[in-house]
Design a protein around this ligand. Structure first.
Ligand SMILES: Nc1ncnc2c1ncn2[C@@H]1O[C@H](COP(=O)(O)OP(=O)(O)OP(=O)(O)O)[C@@H](O)[C@H]1O
Length: 231
């Protein structure tokens, strides 16, 4: 059974502040993702890799084509779904880590990471314990857990972002360059957590640039060529 299916997907941005100029950005190859599969998106800068992840997550509306997600025992056509269905899919079926953590003033790191577990019905105690454990595994020391992550380094914020994505039981994880600002040791921690998620049957669509990391983690690659995006 496919967890995710993408068909004939195209996205063009319309720049309203530039007289409605249209910017064709993405023409994705058709693909499917099965349970427990990890697919790495590759392609040159500007090819539309982040745009594809955002289309799947429902942040961008697509112009044509379809995105199907297996959600709550049904096939949800994400590309045509209303916002309530997309929010429900985000709560239960897909989690997304962008390249940058969206920090909320005065909200602690522990609370930011625990939130998706709370939304899935875990108790405060359970969600906090799981958040603490994940943060420690990702090398965020206990002393930082009660601080808002606004002042954290780029690499620390990135690990908090990934922890927030991993904490729930979402079967689909969308990760935009999860190792980008990290030194090799901390990148290895992230890769280990992603591998663990995969071994637990979760599916991962992620953007990675390092061929060695891709070889270690991904079952296959999906190449977005610059020409695909812009022709
Ligand atoms: N919200 C937006 N409005 C207008 N143009 C956008 C928007 N988001 C992305 N683009 C444009 O779409 C193109 C693809 O961007 P995207 O971030 O998807 O590329 P990418 O393949 O992830 O690149 P990189 O590897 O550099 O992160 C770029 O030219 C970018 O400027």
């Amino acid at each position: 059974m496919n967890l995710l299916e993408v068909e004939s997907l195209e996205k063009t941005f319309t720049l309203h502040l530039r007289g409605g100029q249209r910017l064709p950005t993405l023409r994705a190859p058709d693909f499917q993702l099965q349970a427990g599969e990890c697919v790495a998106l590759r392609g040159p800068s500007g090819a539309g890799k982040s745009t594809l992840l955002r289309c799947v997550f429902g942040s961008y509306r697509v112009d044509s084509g379809s995105i199907y997600l297996h959600h709550q025992q049904q096939c949800l056509e994400l590309s045509r779904a209303d916002s309530r269905s997309i929010l429900d899919a985000r709560r239960w079926s897909m989690a997304y880590a962008s390249q940058f953590l969206r920090v909320i003033p005065r909200v602690s790191t522990l609370a930011i990471v625990a939130e998706p577990a709370l939304l899935q019905g875990k108790s405060d105690t359970e969600a906090a314990a799981r958040a603490r454990e994940l943060l420690l595994r990702l090398n965020i020391p206990l002393a930082l857990h009660h601080l808002p992550p606004a002042s954290f380094s780029g690499g620390e914020q990135q690990r908090v972002n990934v922890a927030r994505t991993l904490i729930g039981t979402h079967p689909l994880l969308l990760l935009d360059e999860p190792t980008a600002s990290l030194d090799p040791a901390n990148a290895a921690l992230i890769l280990a957590e992603i591998r663990r998620a995969k071994e637990n049957g979760r599916s991962i669509l992620l953007i990675l640039h390092d061929p060695q990391q891709i070889r270690k983690l991904a079952d296959r690659e999906l190449i977005l060529a610059a020409g695909d995006a812009c022709s």
